[in-house]
Write a protein that binds this ligand. Structure first.
Ligand code: KG4
Ligand code: ZN
Length: 334
């Protein structure tokens, strides 16, 4: 049988990425160009700047991916692209590039939801068993998703305000750490000897929703008070207090969902899945509860096109192709 090589394009935020994945498993190329340095001086992603950067790099990244994979366009079976959600200008660049390439090479087109991509990043390295609960934690999303069968998603809980990664980035900014702050807080939390005590937003007893804006405000209040009283406060203690609070709530709700829905596995996904503290706590709690835990390798947690190709392969097998008038959808539903 001929291998199914899918070329995927991901430009939903500030990473320009093109990957080629064979049979939904084997990564032949995964080129990721981060714009972080460009956005760092603004303390966050500037949408107009992001779109322009995508335009500048998408063509050479596509060529580089083909070269790295050692393939010609004729060797491809389909072209996949992130349809949404994300920044509209950024999504549009990837959408136009993917369509132009697919059209020129006479290849079918597949649209992928960015979160489905994060979840199916796990498919590249693990065997998924349905139903499973996915804990999706990224810069734009915090969701507990019940995946009943392949491609069947049901959001059972989500953040009511900030996403987990967004809270990390905002707290990092208050601690004068560089953008994106998640990895810096993670590192500081591990170095900490003490932790500042901060609240946990459990919400209603039966709710799978999350809320992180109160926690962020509590951090700001602690920092302001210390500042007013002229007391030095250890950034590491703040980082640890914040991280402990986020992890407590994420882990407890995720495990409760696994039990309630009779899930076979707990699947971790999204940029915050790279968090060492979260991975360690989930590993320990899942072992205790006898729940298999799956997580992508660190390099596949943050945005990349290999995860889009992995999700696209499942759609390819089901014959779910997209029309060439497919639109970029900044608020696309899972
Ligand atoms: O999935 P992603 O690359 O982009 C979105 O789709 O949003 O996630 C980026 C987010 C950022 O908020 C970043 O601070 C966070 O993931 N992140 C982390 C870590 N590595 C990345 N947060 C906590 N700990 C980490 N080690
Ligand atoms: Zn993402």
């Amino acid at each position: 049988v001929k291998p199914v090589n899918i070329l995927a394009v991901e430009t939903s935020c500030d990473e320009t990425s093109v990957s080629i994945v064979r049979d939904g498993k084997e990564i032949l190329a995964n080129v990721v160009s981060s714009q972080i340095e460009t956005h760092q001086r603004f303390g966050g992603v500037v949408p107009e700047v992001a779109s322009r950067k995508h335009v500048e790099s998408i063509t050479w990244i596509l060529e580089e991916a083909l070269e790295k994979a050692g393939l010609q366009p004729e060797d491809l079976a389909a072209v996949a692209v992130t349809q949404g959600p994300g920044l509209v200008g950024s999504l549009l660049v990837g959408m136009v590039a993917a369509k132009a390439f697919a059209c020129a090479m006479e290849l079918p087109l597949i649209g992928v939801h960015h979160i489905a991509g994060h979840i199916y990043a796990n498919q590249l390295v693990h065997e998924l068993a349905y139903p499973f609960i996915a804990l999706v934690v990224s810069g734009g999303h915090t969701e507990l998703v019940l995946v009943e069968s392949e491609g069947q998603f049901r959001i059972i809980g989500q953040t009511r305000d900030d996403a987990a990664g967004e809270a990390y980035d905002k707290v990092a900014r208050a601690l004068q750490l560089p953008y994106p702050g998640g990895p810096h807080i993670d590192r500081l939390a591990h170095e900490a000897v003490e932790a500042v005590t901060l609240p946990r937003a459990w919400l209603e007893p039966d709710s799978y929703d999350f809320s992180f804006s109160g926690l962020k405000s509590a951090v700001l209040a602690v920092l302001n008070q210390a500042n007013m009283k002229g007391i030095a406060i250890e950034p590491a203690a703040v980082a640890k207090g914040f991280q402990d609070s986020v992890i407590d709530v994420l882990v407890e709700k995720a495990l409760r969902a696994v039990q309630a829905y009779g899930a076979q596995q707990l699947v971790l996904a999204g940029g915050v899945a790279a968090n060492k503290g979260l991975r360690a706590r989930l590993t320990a709690r899942c072992a205790e509860a006898g729940v298999p835990l799956l997580a992508p390798p660190l390099s596949l947690c943050t945005d990349n096109a290999a995860m889009i190709a992995a999700a696209a392969f499942l759609k390819y097998r089901r014959g779910q192709f997209a029309p060439f008038d497919m639109k970029a959808e900044p608020l696309l539903k899972l």
